[in-house]
Design a binder for this molecule. Sequence first.
Ligand code: F6R
Ligand code: MG
Ligand code: MG
Length: 401
Amino acid sequence: MKVTVSIIKADIGGLPGHAWVHPKILEFAAERLRDEQKRGLLVDYFVYNVGDDMSLLMTHTKGENNPDVHSLAWSIFKEATENIAKKVKLYGAGQDLLKDTFSGNIRGLGPQVAEMEFEERPSDPLIIFAADKTEPGAFNLPFYKIFADPFNTAGLVIDPAMHQGFKFEILDVFEGKVYLLDAPDNSYDILGLIGTPGRYIVRRVYRRADLVQASVTSVERLNLIAGRYVGKDDPVAIVRAQHGLPAVGEVLEAFAYPHLVEGWMRGSHVGPLMPAKMINIDMDRKIATGPKMTRFDGPPKVIALGFQIHDGYLEGPVDLFDDPAFDYSRQLAAQITDYIRRMGPVMPHRLPPEEMEYTTLPQILSRLKPIPVDEYEKNRSQYLQFLTSQGSQTTTGPSHD
Ligand code: F6R
Ligand code: MG
Ligand code: MG
């Protein structure tokens, strides 16, 4: 059976600030999706959050970019914004809904989308990743490790079905161009691109032997959509595992090392990506409550939910980072958080100016009046005396004619 897995996610208001999603919003979304399942649009669904982002996970047989599925997600986000987020004044109510009207496809309107249509295998394990306070390129390094690094994925060396390697589809979000590169043959080219995760994003990965699709990552760039910076994009991704694809444990292994990503406080800092546990999973109500973002609005966190899909139905989920073996990764991420936070407003903890969501640099530069260096060196003592007497750094300096 050909099934489509669609994840559409948005931040439509935080409780409090940018920390978490209000449980009422998760409940509202789950109810709406239950109705659509009864009406027959969806085969199955699940609702979950990480930090202030709610994801709608939907399975159906309508293919990718289906207007009915996209419109359903859009109306859930809109209604939850109007009926809940705005009513109780959640912070940033409707913040990711950048356009007023829906015209057939939710892409470009603000929410993030990851969709994959595939022929269900006899048994098909799915892993859903979602991260908060970071960008889609945050998945570049772990996805390279999963699909191209034999020190992470043993199967690349010892499973005949995977031995030919994987094909990487890399999107240049600035130029709107796609690169198709094979690992291991073009590994250095792949790394040359995806080492710049703000620009080149691993969007899809295919098994080379038969082009079975193994992963998809959301790639919408909110800052480019809005024409101005409106926040990091908080990505979602779908990965298929086992039987000739990386095993569940090989996929998760790539997240044991909490690598540094961009985002965090004010979308303007570098910090470790912590593999976080869910707070609660309610399989009956199909709602999973995810972690909060509280230390310096973070640190950036990723969650992993595991499902078995059967005829489009979702069995699970299992909270895959809920294993004591990931406690050390979390501990390490907490230590890196502590270490890097001590740098305060100094790079590389703070991002370079062009990547910052907030900046006061233009105002600072327009207020201060620097002195040409040759001029200053010639008359240094006069300048120093003058500035001391003025008690200010903003004057033009003494006259010395
Ligand atoms: C980062 C994020 C938060 C906010 C921060 C300031 O993606 O969402 O760290 O940037 O809390 O938010 P405002 O300017 O809304 O007070
Ligand atoms: Mg937010
Ligand atoms: Mg967020």
